[in-house]
Design a protein around this ligand. Structure first.
Ligand code: FE2
Length: 268
């Protein structure tokens, strides 16, 4: 028998049809683990209810936040960094691992949940952040992050803090890793969007090369809603997203989802 490290992202369970797809996220062995690479939902209670359901099914659940978890819509909700802290506290109560916990090992591989956000460094070359935002606005490709995250926190400052925190921790890991982050680690993956302005909300140039540097057997990410697998410098970068119904309705049955990232012998 083998146990499997599964991955999903962008469950967006506040959408009713997506909540139904949660039934598909099942282990095949009681020892199976699940990586959840962000964009579970927007409201803290919905995120935690979804993770609680998954925690009942899988031996271990590891979560990294996406931009949608950080949204604050309506005055009663925690905002900015407090929203993240609220989610981490909730995950601890559920026994779900987060980027704030000691890294766990699946077989001989250290599973590293990351939360590195974005810093607009992937904006079109030769533009200032302000110009790039104006251009995105004109083309109507502005992400809702500008309404629901940006007013409540200095995103660039937070991103750079997260990069420093992450390098300090993952840099001490010995042996192979699986890295998980909501935003792709390799900037070139954002080119598949076909809209240069959108890349500025899709990560940071500072994570380029992390997969090789930190001995990743695989990198799991989401955010782009372009599921698939790209090999860069010999490392598979796997986008494990479900996405919105119009994106998955005609494709889900023809692809393997959830995605099996690794298998190890049961006792490992
Ligand atoms: Fe998403």
């Amino acid at each position: 028998m083998v146990k499997t490290l599964w991955a999903v992202s962008d469950l967006h369970t506040s959408v009713a049809a997506n909540a139904e797809m949660l039934d598909r996220v099942q282990p095949t062995n009681p020892g199976d683990w699940l990586l959840v690479a962000g964009d579970v939902a927007e409201k803290t209670e919905t995120v935690l209810a979804t993770l609680a359901t998954l925690r009942q099914r899988f031996h271990t659940v590891v979560w990294s936040p996406g931009n949608h978890e950080l949204f604050s819509q309506g005055g009663a909700q925690a905002q900015g960094r407090e929203k993240y802290e609220e989610l981490v506290r909730g995950c601890r109560e559920l026994g779900v691992l987060t980027p704030e916990d000691p890294f766990a090992r699946f077989g001989d591989v250290t599973v590293v949940p990351l939360f590195t956000l974005y810093d607009y460094s992937l904006r079109p070359q030769g533009t200032t952040v302000e110009q790039a935002l104006q251009s995105a606005k004109r083309k109507e490709v502005m992400l809702s992050d500008e309404l629901f995250i940006a007013p409540f926190v200095d995103i660039r400052g937070w991103c750079w803090e997260r990069l420093s925190y992450s390098v300090n921790r993952v840099g001490r890991v010995e042996g192979p890793t699986v890295l998980m982050n909501h935003w792709p680690l390799e900037p070139q993956l954002t080119q598949a969007l076909g809209v240069p302005e959108m890349a500025m909300w899709c990560g940071t140039k500072h994570t380029k090369g992390w997969a090789e540097r930190y001995q990743a057997r695989a990198v799991v990410y989401g955010h782009l809603h372009l599921p698939g697998r790209s090999t860069i410098a010999g490392v598979p970068h796997i986008e494990a997203s479900l996405g919105y119904p119009k994106q998955w309705r005609n494709t889900l049955d023809s692809r393997s989802w959830p995605v099996a990232v690794l298998e190890v012998p049961d006792g490992a």
